[in-house]
Design a protein around this ligand. Structure first.
Ligand SMILES: Cc1ncc(COP(=O)(O)O)c(C=O)c1O
Length: 425
């Protein structure tokens, strides 16, 4: 047949392809820090000399004794499916770590190993949340908490902290936010992005509030435990009492202090029923962490920590330089962080400023975009952490890189025409 039959033609128009993405995923934001890091990689691949201050990743290599343990595990053909909850020797070493560092005693059955603290938190939410239950998250806070809560049917509830109070979570703010539907409080101490560390007295005051609300569990994300610039001993909420320990999941890992971000090993200890449920979830989704990485983590936790001292001194020097350069820049200011390796920079005076091309800086996201275009420096806007107008700088990079980047930011800021009166943060 030469002439197309109109009915056949109509029938041959393909049906529109089904939308492959769920509404839940459509509502999920990509990780702003990973996106910013990818932007830096993409620009570099186009030949631009971009500096990334986006990721929280130490520039030091993983120590040799850890790499050697991984290589040995491979040479010994430890390449089969690993136990879902973690190899027994690593879980024993984690129990030792909690005992020695935090004065917390757990059985190995109460410990689980996962692909980073990221997977620990996701699995904890998946294993515990009923639809619509609330999770309290101090803001500013790590970019992934609220998305993980949403992905698991929960409702993130923001706990506000203030710049002029150095972002400390106050007991009265916690008390006011708790409802009969509150399932979790997430604490992150030292905090990403602010570097604030709550003191033992402050943590005890929060625990006192929680004692009045026994339905609330606590997820303490202690990933920056070993990156602290003061001399106060570390304190984590499970230490406040046996009752609090019984409803706390204490998460930690080797990514930051042991320079093992790419190894993907995190761990947690907590109530047996929760750990069992997390193991079931992990067993049905990813399985255990690859053996060689677990043997590397075992060497990390049982081996010498001598390398941490010089690393911390390097971070301390970068912190001092970064704080100085930012605070010398008209329109920018930051507190010196107590821990972690980030500066959370207040850029309120620059909101409303005009770019050299006539555009307006209406938000912190506009400012970080301007920094990429004008200074070739990538930072993460405060909006991603739940507080504007700020941006986050990671000083986990080399000190020369940090200096060059801060001076470029300063020069870019100097090319802005300030608004007559900027809003305050
Ligand atoms: C507060 C916080 N928690 C967890 C993580 C993720 O750690 P991991 O590499 O163990 O998944 C990060 C990484 O940036 C972080 O900043």
């Amino acid at each position: 047949m030469n002439k197309a039959d109109p009915q056949t033609a109509a029938r041959s128009v393909p049906d529109p392809a089904p939308d492959p993405v769920s509404r839940r995923m459509r509502d999920t934001k990509p990780s702003a820090s990973l996106e910013a890091a990818q932007l830096a990689r993409d620009l570099r691949s186009q030949g631009r000399r971009v500096i990334s201050l986006a990721t929280g990743e130490p520039d030091f290599p993983t120590p040799d004794h850890i790499k050697a343990a991984c290589v040995t595990a491979l040479a010994e053909n430890r390449t089969g499916y690993p136990p879902v909850q973690g190899i027994p020797a690593l879980r024993e070493a984690i129990c030792q770590k909690f005992h020695l560092d935090n004065d917390l005693d757990y059985r190995a059955s109460q410990v689980i190993v996962a692909n980073g603290v990221k997977q620990i938190i996701f699995n904890a939410m998946a294993a515990s949340l009923e639809p619509g239950q609330e999770v309290l998250i101090p803001a500013p806070g790590w970019v992934s908490y609220s998305e993980m809560v949403r992905l698991n049917g929960g409702v993130p509830v923001v706990l506000e902290t203030r710049w002029d109070d150095n972002f400390r979570l106050r007991p009265e703010v916690l008390e006011a936010a708790i409802t009969g539907n509150t399932r979790w409080l997430i604490l992150n101490n030292p905090c990403n992005p602010t570097g604030t560390i709550l003191t033992e007295a402050e943590i005890r005051a929060l625990a006192e509030v929680l004692e009045r609300h026994p339905q609330v569990m606590v997820l303490s994300d202690d990933i920056y435990e070993h990156l602290r610039y003061g001399s106060a001993p570390y304190f984590t909420i499970a230490q406040t009492s046996e009752a609090m320990k019984a409803r706390t999941l204490t998460a930690n890992g080797v990514s930051k202090a042991w320079c093992m971000t790419g190894w993907r090993v995190g761990f947690a200890a907590g109530p047996q029923d929760l750990i069992d449920a997390m193991r079931t979830y992990q067993g049905q989704t990813t399985g255990g962490v690859m053996h060689p990485a677990q043997f590397g983590a075992l060497a990390a936790l049982t081996g010498s920590r001598a390398f941490m001292g010089p690393n911390l001194e390097a971070f301390r020097a970068r912190r001092a330089l970064g704080v100085q350069l930012i605070n010398e820049t008209e329109g920018l200011s930051c507190h010196a962080p107590d821990g972690a390796f980030y500066l959370f920079v207040n850029c309120a005076p620059l909101i409303g400023a005009t770019r050299p091309d006539g555009g307006t800086i209406a938000s912190d996201a506009d400012l970080t975009r301007y920094f990429v275009e004008e200074a070739e420096v990538v930072c993460v806007p405060g909006a991603a952490f739940g507080l504007s107008p700020f941006f986050r700088i990671s000083f986990a990079c080399g000190i020369e890189v940090l200096e060059e980047a801060c001076l470029k930011l300063r020069a870019a800021v100097a090319r802005l025409t300030p608004a007559k009166q900027g809003p305050s943060a």
